[in-house]
Structures are given as C-alpha cells and as structure tokens.
Design a protein around this ligand. Structure first.
Ligand code: VG1
Ligand code: CO
Length: 542
C-alpha cells in the first residue's frame, strides 16, 4: 500500500523552546495551524531523523490528546518510522511511557501532556520527548530541537484516516507498524517485581484503609488495577478514577491546595490510614497520613531511610539525588547511611545520567516527584507503593514513622511559596536585581538573619561534563536556614515566582509556616516580593 505524503510549507513559530519538562502552551496555541506539526518535525530533526526508529507514544488524556496522537502517527509514518508503540486510546502515564521505552528497547518516545497544568479548551497542552534510556531529553537534545524550530520551512505528513487506537494489537499506517498496547499491563508487572505485594496485601486484608485520589487524570486506571485489583483495597479506595479531558475542571496538581478534599478527609475524624494523590500525567505524588501531611522533601528522605523494606532495594541504595530547591532532609539520611548525595537543577532530566551511570538509585524533588532507577521519570504510583511497602514491613502509621524520622535526624521545616501569573518583566527584574547583588551579600543581614552564602546555582554533570547555569538563586544563613528563588519553567501565563524556604531544627512539632517565619521575612527583605509582584501573599503554599 503506498501512502500519499504531503510536504507542507511552513515558517518558524516563535516560542517553541522546551521548558523544565517539554513544550507547554495553551491548548488553542497547540491547535493553531502548523504549531504541533512544526514542533514534531523539529523533534525528528533534533534527534537526527526518525526513519527506521521505534517510538513510544501516549499521553495523559487531556483535551486534544487523541487528535494530537493521530498527527504524530501520520508524521511518523511520513518520516519512515518503523514502529510506534501506542497506549490504548493514546493513553500512557509518563512513568509507564518511560518503562515501555526501556522494556521494548525503543529509540525514544513522545508524551502528550502538560502534567499538572489544567487541561481543556482553555487549559494547557504539552509535548515531551524522551530518549532511549526512557528519560526526558537532556538539554543538548532539547536545544537542538529548539534550534530546528527556528529554521523550519517544511514538514511532512501522511494523508490517511485516523488509526483506530481503541483496539489492542498491531495495525499498519502505510509501512509503519502501529502497536496498540494496554497502558497498564507492563507497568503493573514492573511494580510487582519491585515491591512486596504479599506484605501489602496482608496489611490491607488486615484492615488498613487507604484513599487514592486520581484527580480525574491518568493514574486512575493504574491505581484501580494495582491498589484495588492486585492489592485488594476495597472498591472506592481509588476516587476520581476516570480520566477526563478537562480533569473534571480541576487542577491535577497533588498538593494541599488542589487536592484539598483528600487532605480534609485525611485530617477528619474518619480518616483512612493512608491517603495519596497523583498529577495529570502520573509522575508526581502526594502522601498524607491520618492527621498528617507529608512534605515531599520529607517523603523523599523517609523513603531513602527505609528503602531496604522493598525487595528491589533490599541490598541498599547506590546513592541519592535531589533537585537543588528540595530540602536537605535527604542529605542527612545520606550522611548517616554513607551514601553519595547529588544536588541537581530542577527537572527530572538532570537525574538521567546519575541513574544511567549507577551513581544514584533514588531521586526526588520538592514538587512531589520521587522515583528510582526502575524507570527514568519520576513515578507517582511507585512512591505510593513504596510508602505502602514500608508501612507494611514496619507495621507503623505514617505519623509515627515521620516522628521517628524527625527524632533521629532532626526536622528540615520546609515550604514553597508560589506567586503565579506575575508580570513577566517584574519577575525577571526581581531575579536579575537580586542576582546582581549576590557577591556582596555574604556577611550581611536580612531581617535579622546573617547570610553565609549566596550564589546562582550552576550544575556540572559529573557524568557527561555538561554545565547548566542560572538554575536558581540560593542563600544559606548562619542559623541553618536556606532560601531559594527561581522562576518556573512550566507555566504558560506570565511568570511564576517560586520561593523555597527551609529551616533546620532539632524539634519537630511546630507549624512549618511558624518555624519558617524568620526566613520568610528574610526573603521579603532581600527580594521585596510584595512590592515587586503587587501581591500580599503567595497564591499557593505547599
Ligand atoms: C515544576 C517543578 C519541577 C518539576 C517540573 C515538571 O517545574 O518545580 O520540580 O520537575 O514542574 O514536573 P517548574 O519549572 O515549574 O518549577 V511535571 O509533573 O509538570 O512533568
Ligand atoms: Co507530571
């Protein structure tokens, strides 16, 4: 069967520079003529051509997911791609896509998602490219893709009907094989290899109760299959389990603001033993115990300290890594266990080399991303299962486990304050002005705290020697506090200023905002956030 292939004349479109995690724009921007096609053709160019390759394709099910998948398939066919492994109905969580790339030895994959950003016609859409290791494309690749977007003059697309992606099995689009797979099966098999499902099943059969809020995003089918199906949690343990194109109008970001109903339930009188939520594309997690919210940085540290409870990690960890703004609770565990601890810029792509090189087994970010070397993405459900495995082995409540952790390591009180949709010029000026003062700040005071160190974080990758600069302004204080400021690289409107606050302490029973009051005041003194952003208070506090 010969297939007609159209070469379409186009022009570079501004603003196709991938951010922290792929290219994200308003859905209508992606739907505008040539926008998606230009970016996909630039991916083919950026990876040195797609002919003969095997790719994985799937997305989080948001509005435009299905249509975009058909465009990717037609453009892949036009390019001579050999095989595309697609999740049924073009659905795949980000960690499941990463697993499929690795398991099927694909050359890479395209994930259609804007992750935690809201979806729908007025929401956001996004495209990420992952490389053969299953991880987000490193900066060297994303910058080649971006360069291609700036000179593009033509893209190629097959003329064909939509491929029926509802039926599992192989079909063809021209010469290209389209292999439609169940999105959950391979992922669920991997989880069964990593964790002690028997212990977890026994705990649940013994009356341990849980609530998982899939937030109408991609993890619903995965959580239903594993938590209710395999582990025997009663039906209804997974809520908002059906993925919807607009996430039911919600904001699929698993934090105490956007997952408030779950947090309220967990703080209430009839709370289950364990609560969790995941984000739009399934790579993030929120962990809540009965009566206690687990800060992601503490979750990472607690997992590191208890990882040997899970069979896959029983032999110990090779090393750990955290993104720079993530609290140093992890460092304390690493020190005690004698493990190397790496500090990387924000975004999972920076962990890839450490995982590939066997330097780190466990990685995490303060934004509720946690994962290990089982895939090359952060993995929301993995973190939930890890917690359940730890609780099953230790026979302890979430609250008792955390208190035990703080009692032995001290507590890194931590919070992130986000100022969203800030005027971009004002946000850039705030950061630029502060950056210009960095050299003069050590030794001076800010709202009564003495600044010990101040720098603009740069990362030298120990594996490939690449250097990434301008990754966030970092301040250390003599009292053990730390402050980080950076601008988000995932937003689609104005700028989001993120202010990361940390205070090391030996006690552990204060309210974090109270414990952080001094460093919050220091942030205001240093950056004049209120006057520069015109905001009295952060939009989101996590
Ligand atoms: C945010 C988080 C970062 C995370 C990124 C992608 O980036 O801070 O830790 O890796 O989102 O996560 P930024 O640049 O907005 O701070 V996801 O779940 O959106 O793929
Ligand atoms: Co995500």
């Amino acid at each position: 069967m010969t297939m007609q292939i159209n070469s379409v004349q186009t022009q570079p479109i501004d603003g196709q520079k991938p951010g922290t995690s792929g290219l994200r724009k308003k859905t209508h921007v992606f739907q505008a003529p040539h926008f998606l096609e230009n970016f996909i053709q630039s991916i083919w160019l950026g990876i040195g051509g797609a002919a003969g390759k095997t790719l994985v394709l799937g997305g989080d099910g948001r509005h435009f997911n299905a249509e975009a998948a058909q465009v990717v398939l037609r453009m892949a066919a036009a390019e001579g791609v050999a095989r595309v492994i697609v999740g049924q109905n073009a659905l795949l969580s980000t960690p499941a896509a990463s697993n499929l790339i690795r398991k099927r030895k694909a050359d890479g994959g395209i994930i259609l998602s804007a992750s935690h950003n809201p979806g729908g016609p007025d929401g956001d859409f996004g495209v990420k490219y992952n490389t053969a290791n299953g991880g987000p494309a490193p900066e060297s690749v994303t910058s080649t893709i971006y360069d291609a977007t700036r000179t593009l003059s033509e893209y190629r697309i097959a003329v064909a009907q939509d491929v029926d992606l509802s039926v599992i099995g192989e079909t063809r689009l021209g010469e290209m094989v389209v292999d439609v797979v169940d999105p959950v099966t391979d992922y669920a098999e991997l989880m069964a290899e990593l964790f002690d499902f028997d212990a977890m099943r026994a705990m649940i059969a013994g009356g341990f109760t849980l609530r998982f809020d899939a937030m109408h995003a991609i993890t619903g089918p995965y959580a239903k299959a594993i938590l209710e199906g395999t582990l025997g949690a009663p039906e209804g343990s997974v809520i908002n389990a059906v993925p919807l194109p607009d996430f039911g109008g919600g904001h699929p970001d698993p934090n105490p603001i956007w997952a408030k109903p779950l947090v309220d339930e967990m703080m209430g009188p009839d709370a289950p033993d364990f609560g969790a939520a995941s984000d739009g594309d399934g790579d993030r997690n929120m962990i809540v115990g009965r009566g206690i919210y687990v800060t992601p940085s503490d979750s990472l540290a607690a997992i590191a300290a208890n990882a040997t409870c899970a069979p896959a990690y029983a032999g110990g960890l090779k090393g750990v890594a955290r993104s720079m703004p993530t609290s140093r609770a992890l460092d304390r565990v690493a020190e005690k266990l004698g493990l190397p601890c790496y500090e990387t810029p924000t975004g999972w792509k920076f962990f890839g080399n450490l995982l590939d090189d066997g330097r780190a087994t466990l990685c995490g970010e303060e934004s509720a991303g946690t994962g290990s070397d089982h895939v090359r993405e952060k993995d929301g459900l993995w973190a939930v299962l890890m917690w359940l495995n730890i609780l099953a082995k230790r026979q302890i409540s979430v609250k008792a486990l955390l208190e035990d952790h703080w009692a032995s390591y001290g507590r890194n009180y931590y919070s992130r304050h986000d100022y969203e949709g800030v005027d971009a010029a004002a946000a850039n000026a705030l950061v630029d002005d502060l950056r210009a003062q960095l050299g003069d700040l050590p030794g001076t005071q800010a709202a009564g705290l003495t600044i010990e160190s101040a720098d603009d974080f740069a990362y030298d990758d120990p594996v490939d020697g690449s250097r990434s600069e301008g990754q966030g302004l970092r301040f250390g204080f003599t009292n053990g506090a730390r402050l980080v400021l950076r601008l988000s690289g995932t937003g689609t409107e104005g700028a989001t200023l993120r202010v990361y606050l940390e205070q090391l302490a030996e006690d552990y029973d204060r309210d974090p905002q109270e414990a952080l009051a001094d460093v919050i005041a220091a942030a205001e003194a240093l950056a004049q956030i209120k006057s520069r952003t015109g905001r009295d208070a952060p939009d989101v506090i996590t």
